[in-house]
Write a protein that binds this ligand. Structure first.
Ligand SMILES: [Zn+2]
Length: 337
């Protein structure tokens, strides 16, 4: 029987814990509606109890090699502490990894949630045949990760891959990071709702205003539904979304020239509303993409001619395959790397 590990996804609302074999089989998945608001010690206690249950249950089917935990925040890899997390108040400057290791008596690895999702996709999802990839997770913001030779590229301080804060509009809307016009202010679930609200308030989107009134929630999903039903104001928001994402991807493709760029996160289900604009923007702005796009109509363009002899391989831009489980698989992969 293959060995197994535990993958944990510590989100803002749910705590999910899985037992996954080292050959990628999901043995079991537990979702705990743990209240993060009840505090760090409560969450860690619930997590360790669930991990103990799973390891006891599968101890006869293979060796338990350790646990990986995906967390929303910046981690100091050496100390195993959280350096910064907007969603987990009270977790900073606390030895999260060492404390969980002590309770489990096993090796524990912490990883940023965007990196964990990318590792999952690289292992068993869209990137399983790619050695090098970038993953963008579109949610409340844009999570980013760079995988080189199947491993995370961390940068000097573990902060590489902050793609959400790449400028796509020099004089655009302010961002919490201090910059203006960051990509995640235009291409995330939060951005869709903000742009829709602003369009309605400006009085320039009457079709959206009429449609929005009975919709108390007014989520990115409901705006997407309006777009596919033909609401031109809603379509315009996803065009803006696609433009921003295309600009960001154009920069990434030009700089990195990687095999694959995987786009995941909840809003990726609006693919058909934003992808045509995204690909058009990408072709227009990135000479590397224009030269390496799969069966590219752009091969006729002048930009591609100079690079053509060096680029027999194609740049693949595609949707993530594992959905919200990507982070669980990626976290479970950590003890085996
Ligand atoms: Zn920013």
């Amino acid at each position: 029987m293959p060995d197994f590990s535990i993958g944990v996804d510590l989100g803002g609302t749910n705590l999910r814990i899985s037992a996954i074999s080292t050959d990628g089989q999901l043995l079991e998945k537990i979702t705990l509606g743990v209240k993060v608001a009840l505090g760090r010690d409560h969450v860690i206690g619930e997590m360790c109890d669930a991990i103990h249950r799973l390891t006891a249950q599968y101890k006869d089917s293979g060796r338990f090699i350790g646990a990986g935990i995906g967390v929303p925040g910046i981690i100091d890899m050496e100390s195993g502490m959280m350096r910064k997390s907007a969603n987990l108040p009270g977790w900073e400057e606390y030895p999260v990894r060492d404390e969980i290791e002590r309770r489990l008596g096993a090796r524990v690895f912490l990883e940023n949630d965007a990196n964990a999702a990318a590792l999952g996709e690289a292992w068993l999802g869209a990137g399983r045949d790619a050695d090098n990839m970038v993953m963008l997770t579109l949610g409340t913001g844009i999570g980013g990760a760079i995988i080189l030779n199947k491993k995370i590229f961390y940068g000097m301080n573990g902060m590489a891959g902050e793609f959400g804060h790449v400028t796509v509009e020099p004089d655009g809307v302010p961002c919490g990071c201090g910059n203006h016009g960051c990509a995640e202010r235009y291409a995330s679930a939060t951005a869709v709702v903000r742009m829709a609200r602003e369009a309605i308030e400006s009085g320039k989107a009457p079709a959206l205003a009429r449609a929005a009134t009975p919709d108390a929630e007014f989520s990115a999903k409901s705006i997407y539904n309006l777009a596919i039903q033909g609401n031109t104001d809603a379509q315009g928001i996803f065009i803006r979304f696609g433009r921003a994402l295309g600009m960001l991807l154009a920069d990434l493709v030009n700089v990195l020239n990687l095999d694959m760029f995987v786009i995941g996160g909840g809003v990726v289900s609006a693919w058909d509303a934003f992808a045509p604009t995204m690909f058009r923007e990408l072709r227009e702005r990135s000479l590397v993409y224009a030269a390496t796009a799969p069966d590219s109509p752009a091969q006729k363009e002048g930009a591609s001619a100079a690079i053509k002899p060096y680029t027999r391989k194609k740049t693949i831009i595609t949707q993530a395959l594992l959905g919200s489980d990507a982070g669980l698989y990626g976290a479970a992969r950590l003890p085996a790397l």
